[in-house]
Write a protein that binds this ligand. Structure first.
Ligand code: ARG
Length: 564
């Protein structure tokens, strides 16, 4: 028995199209009122009767095995007969989501800039994008992740100039981003008194664009050492990419875009530059060629979108990039539409807000930066310290601390609506209480430990502790066990809801709900008890909790150690 069946019966009674009633069903604020409620206010106009009257008429006509319907004011409340519905709910909780449509969904995520620190924005893009990737895959689509590295632009002229003058290969190898950043800062400091530096930098970039071997060699070297450093972070975050295609990959693909824009009469001159005007769309013009004829960021994104659609076969193009780039993406999508690419409607920018660390903004200017790797290390060492207190005997301590520390950061990000600003507190995020990753992981480990104990006891006394439907219908269903069972079966609906809104936070909130419900259940019910029939049900609830928490955390990219 589930809510769809209740909604189906309502559709029949009201002579509605199938599927109309389901989204109207509500969760009663107090579980004592029942398991679902159907508000009748909005029906009163079309049926020309008082909502109270409609509710009581529907209550009389509603007939479904295992479900009681009762009118309560303007609401029709449904109560599932717990014993007889349990088997169906257990089955639902076990199900894997059904196969989806297998659409190719190209997801642009992470996309940091070479020779610059991996910023918080890139961290957010990485964890949100990777969560969406796993969620699409779980729902039966075919996601393709692309890391659109910022590996081209005039800053590489500066980087080469600075490296030639003051750089050291040794330092660059040992700590590529820090050395690059120092060089970048020094370049800007010295350029204030020495205008020759800017000239030299422009010259190096020109040589790079022209394919000069020495410029190319140095550029490749910067890319390589930066990537090594980024990969170390990706590995810790459990993220990999189907494609790593930096902006430079499109260098030879932009000519065709510019040519097409020109042929279609879309290019116009503005102060020496070439732009596409977007007055009808009420946006500023999209810059295509700078006055010196070089291409820029939007031009590269046009070529990129064409490649993802035409070559990678994308049915949908998603861009997980900070909210500050909203205008950029609206412009790019508008230009694609102007070029006659109707599939521009399948392009979606998935923006997110700023994240501050303990109230501080991360900034790459003036060399004031918090390095992500340091934040990860700090989280792991704090997690280790807390665990040392909690469970000094723990095996695999380092691996578990790594999973908990990283999980704390990832969960601390993903539990929030992505668009809001986050004020991240490491102190809070690593706690085992409150709405944190460690709290969910710890609850999972607790469930695993109960299951281990049960196994040990069962094998000792050779008892059969495996669940059967009969135990489920005979069980004296208290509210805590019942609410947990119902919520365990919501995973597929939550996955769809999360994908519909492109919100991994839906899954994080689901994990928190399950963890809270399980802990309530655990505190009011003895799982390992002499009542063998009751124990079967409680162990099954415990097992399903472990399965679902593990599943949900893994969608978010967070590990589930069995012991903490
Ligand atoms: N590298 C860019 C930045 O750090 C983000 C790139 C996002 N992706 C894109 N296709 N424009 O701001």
């Amino acid at each position: 028995m589930n809510l769809s069946q209740i909604a189906g019966q309502l559709d029949t009674l009201l002579e509605w199209e199938k599927g109309t009633a389901e989204p109207l069903l509500e969760q009663p604020p107090d579980p004592k009122l029942g398991d679902a409620a159907f508000p009748c206010f909005t029906l009163s106009k079309s049926l020309r009767r008082a909502p109270q009257q409609i509710a009581s008429e529907l209550a009389q006509r509603f007939k479904l095995d295992g479900v009681e319907a009762a009118a309560e004011g303007a609401y029709l409340n449904f109560r599932l007969r717990r014993g007889s519905c349990a088997a169906g709910l257990f089955e639902q909780a076990e199900l894997q989501p059904v196969d989806g449509e297998g659409r190719t969904i190209v997801i642009d995520l992470s996309s940091p800039n070479i020779a610059k620190p991996f910023g918080v924005g890139h961290l957010r893009s990485t964890v949100i994008g990777a969560a969406l990737y796993r969620m699409y895959a779980a729902a039966g689509d075919h996601p393709v992740s692309v890391n659109h590295l910022g590996d081209w632009g005039t800053q590489f002229g500066k980087q080469i100039t600075a490296y030639k003058r003051w750089g050291s290969e040794e330092r660059l190898k040992a700590s590529p981003i820090r050395e690059s950043l120092d060089l970048y800062v020094r370049f800007h400091e010295e350029a204030e008194n020495d205008p020759g530096l800017e000239v030299e930098a422009r010259d190096w970039f020109r040589r790079l664009e022209g394919g000069d071997p020495e410029a190319l060699r140095l550029w490749r070297y910067f890319v390589e050492v930066s990537l090594t450093e980024f990969n170390r972070m990706y590995e810790r975050l459990g993220v990999s990419f189907d494609k790593v295609l930096g902006e430079s990959f499109y260098n030879d693909k932009m000519g065709a875009v510019v040519e097409e824009l020109r042929k279609k009469g879309l290019l116009e001159e503005s102060e020496g530059a070439q732009v596409v005007r977007l007055e009808e769309e009420e946006m500023p013009p999209c810059l295509i060629l700078k006055s010196d004829g070089t291409t820029i960021y939007p031009t590269r994104d046009l070529a990129t979108a064409l490649y993802r659609h035409d070559v990678l076969g994308a049915d949908k193009l998603l861009y997980v990039v900070g909210a500050e780039q909203s205008l950029h993406f609206r412009q790019v999508f508008a230009v694609l539409r102007r070029m006659g690419r109707t599939w521009a409607d399948t392009c979606t920018h998935i923006p997110f807000g700023l994240m501050k660390f303990e109230g501080k903004k991360m900034s790459t200017r003036r060399g004031k930066v918090v390095f992500l790797e340091e934040v990860l290390d700090e989280a792991v060492s704090r997690a280790a310290a807390i665990m040392e207190n909690k469970n000094p005997q723990l095996k695999n301590r380092d691996a578990v601390a790594e999973a908990v520390g990283i999980g704390a950061i990832v969960f601390g990000d993903l539990k929030n609506n992505r668009i809001g600003e986050i004020n991240f507190s490491l102190e809070e995020a690593v706690q085992f209480e409150g709405e944190t990753g460690p709290y969910v992981q710890y609850t999972h480990a607790r469930a695993c430990s109960i299951l281990r104990k049960a196994e040990a006891v069962a094998s000792q006394i050779r008892a059969n502790i495996s669940f059967d439907d009969e135990a489920g219908s005979a069980y004296d269903w208290d509210d805590a066990s019942w609410e947990l069972l119902k919520r365990l079966g919501d995973h597929e609906a939550e996955l769809r809801r999360g994908l519909h809104r492109h919100e991994p936070s839906v899954m994080a909130r689901y994990a928190l709900d399950l963890a809270k419900l399980f802990n309530r259940f655990y505190h009011s019910n003895k799982v390992l008890t002499d009542d063998v029939q009751a124990q079967k049900v409680r162990l099954e609830l415990t097992r399903l909790t472990a399965v679902r928490l593990n599943w949900t955390l893994s969608l978010l990219g967070i590990g589930s150690p069995e012991e903490i």
